[in-house]
Design a protein. Sequence first.
Length: 140
Amino acid sequence: IQGYAAECERTFFTEDPTKEEVGHFNQMMNARKLFLKHLKPGEKASDIEKTVDSYFAEEGVLDNVLHRPGHGIGLNNHEWPTLSLGNDMVLQENMVVSVEPAIYFKNQGGYRHSDTVLITKDGYKLMTHAPTSLSELTLR
């Protein structure tokens, strides 16, 4: 809109997911909830990835992470701040970022939802809206 970018991506299933696939989907969703819990002014950008990576390590799937869990969005899709290790920038109100913690598995694909989010005074506001539940994302 008016030259600004946004992201909105979803993981879909074209048949009923297996027990393993449901487990990975839930791991991704739990990482997403942790990310959003920490997305607020005053948090360090690097702490977002530390939180997500710690969760994925506890779950035994850290080796299945291929990219950072989020990044800034503006006139381009990938802008500063990168929400990743090594970036200790303090997040501020009115920054716009992607929320996309993800895990990927050989012969399965990836588990990733991505949304565009505005950091507000007290937390965040989702700017994109799409289904997030497994039942809504299983196409029959």
